[in-house]
Design a protein around this ligand. Structure first.
Ligand SMILES: [Zn+2]
Length: 313
């Protein structure tokens, strides 16, 4: 059999529908680190690419232990999408090990960033409490860019554009579809942004305390103020001294409620809520659980929860 005939036979096996083992198995494969970016990516991909989420909803986004199945999925990918900026370094390693030839899109590198605040607690209080000197030397760099960029819908729009461009690069045949769906999602995010802007503008209170440092971009976009973060190093329980500082801030400022997050142990928030005699509710920076099965629904949920306490009904 000469080479030409062999090539024809091979082609027939791929092209003839009857010979295909699995339908759609030739579609572009994409893996994404966390739910909010995954939701946007799968919608841009539509029927033209298969998008797989790696970090299961409900898990802390800063850590991840891949299973052999995850590694198999990553190995098939032409494109890996992660946040970057130190949020999901596990994804970078996974891509390097399992799919070294795939493209990697770090969405955090494609949007304007703002730095992590110098202190997790409102500056005056923290400065006084620390006696003017730094009493911990965690290697979280002060002033490093905050990686939670997706929590501002305007930045999410930029992310959607980048997703369409990267998908078009690895799968040019479907570029038209990727760009068209991206434009539709951008409209939906524009609408969401306007809606949140109108709601938050009417809130009587503007300050709140978050569980981990995830809502910085959200607060920045809607002119709200985060006066303390309960767990500045996500997954590391704060010590008693730090918790006392937060209770102090909650008492001095008009803080109507405390919030835990589904991805982290709520106990430190519960301790503070009990001590300060405030209600404890849940804010969700990631989504993907229950009714929060899309990016927009996750943000609307958070706005509804915050509005309950800051709206001053
Ligand atoms: Zn985080």
């Amino acid at each position: 059999m000469n080479r030409f005939v062999f090539a024809l036979l091979a082609l027939a096996l791929v092209v003839l529908p009857g010979c295909r083992r699995q339908s759609g198995s030739d579609r572009t494969k994409v893996v994404v680190s966390i739910f909010p970016v995954y939701d946007l990516a799968r919608r841009v991909a539509g029927p033209d690419a298969d998008v797989t989420l790696l970090l299961q909803p409900g898990k802390n986004e800063h850590t991840f232990d891949p299973t052999p199945r995850d590694i198999e999925e990553v190995a098939k990918a032409k494109l890996g999408v992660m946040v970057g900026l130190g949020l999901d370094p596990w994804m970078e390693k996974l891509m390097k090990d399992a799919a070294p030839k795939a493209r990697v899109l770090k969405v955090g590198d494609r949007v304007p960033t703002i730095p992590i605040k110098d202190e997790a607690i409102g500056e005056e209080e923290a400065h006084a409490a620390a006696g003017g000197k730094d009493d911990d030397d965690h290697d979280h760099e002060k002033g490093a860019p905050d990686p939670h960029v997706w929590l501002d819908p305007q930045r999410a729009r930029l992310i959607v554009k980048q997703l369409a461009e990267e998908l078009s690069r690895v799968d040019a045949a479907h570029a038209g579809g990727y760009r068209q769906r991206a434009a539709e999602i951008e409209d939906s995010l524009e609408k969401l942004d306007k809606e949140i802007e109108d709601k938050t503008k009417a809130w009587k209170l503007k300050s709140f305390v978050t569980f981990h440092g995830s809502f910085g971009y959200f607060a920045d976009r809607y002119k709200l103020k985060i006066v303390a973060v309960i767990e500045p190093y996500p997954g590391t329980t704060p010590d008693g001294k730090y918790i006392k500082k937060v209770i102090d801030v909650v008492g001095k400022q008009q803080i109507p409620a405390l919030f835990s997050e589904p991805q982290l142990d709520p106990r430190p928030a519960k301790v503070i809520a009990d001590e300060a005699k405030k209600p404890l509710d849940v804010l969700d920076p990631i989504g993907g659980v229950g009714d929060r099965d899309s990016y927009e629904k996750t943000l609307r949920y958070d706005v509804a929860v915050l509005g309950k306490y800051l709206g001053g009904a």
